[in-house]
Design a protein around this ligand. Structure first.
Ligand code: MD5
Ligand code: FE
Length: 203
């Protein structure tokens, strides 16, 4: 099912279900090379979400700021390549939401455990906001918050479940968003975890 959450934000419920195991296997391969780690924000806070990346560049934060980096700062090596199963799913989903030819070079992999949250923010570290951001949810359900272009706009709550894909484009590309503290639970494929893949054209 295809549901427009607001102008430019399209929720494709369970769109990734047919390839869920392939996506999770690929995550396992990636984090064997570039392990999950909790990064530090420029303000000095350690994030509760653990992150890794694949693709030509990866999103990182440390005391010096946010950036896209071609190398994993923890290992010094390039990030693992973006698997074809990621590339194909995301290209198709973006197309279904009205963005043909979406070819992201960055995939941020977020890992949430019970209690982990992502506070309200905008994604502003990319060069060109004409490209959408595509996100894929796997494992435990989460409550996603998304508001408006001002932090003070009251956010609306959207439950995101295993296999859901969201395409954030057009007027939704720069809206404030976050994830509420993950509720404890058990998912047959991921246990007590939620993974989110966030695909962006960074360059
Ligand atoms: C997550 N990750 O569930 C989310 C999914 C992040 C992040 O927010 O920055 O790693 S991506 C959600 C997103 C991206 C761009 C725009 C909007 C939402 N939006 O307009 O609401 O781990
Ligand atoms: Fe974000």
């Amino acid at each position: 099912t295809r549901q427009e959450l607001r102008d430019g934000a399209v929720l494709l419920r369970e769109r990734a279900l047919a390839v869920d195991r392939a996506l999770l296997d690929a995550i396992e391969m990636i984090v064997a090379q570039s392990p999950f780690r909790r990064m530090v924000t420029p303000g000095g806070f350690q994030m509760s979400v653990a992150m890794s990346n694949c693709g030509r560049v990866g999103w990182v934060t440390d005391r010096t700021g946010y950036r896209y980096d071609p190398r994993d700062p923890e290992t010094g090596a390039p990030w693992p390549a973006m698997p074809d199963v990621f590339r194909t799913l995301v290209r198709e989903a973006a197309s279904e939401a009205g963005f043909d030819g979406f070819a992201p070079e960055a995939c941020l992999i977020n890992r949430y455990e019970p209690g982990t949250r992502l506070s309200l923010h905008q994604d502003k570290d990319e060069q060109n906001y004409a490209h959408p951001v595509v996100s894929v949810s796997l494992g435990l359900p989460a409550t996603f918050q998304f508001g408006g272009l001002k932090r003070s706009d009251r956010p609306m709550k959207v439950p995101l479940q295993h296999g859901d894909v969201v395409v954030w484009g057009g007027p939704s590309r720069l809206v404030y968003h976050g994830v509420l503290a993950l509720k404890d639970g058990e998912h047959p494929l991921t246990g007590r975890q939620r993974f989110n893949l966030t695909f962006r054209k960074a360059l």
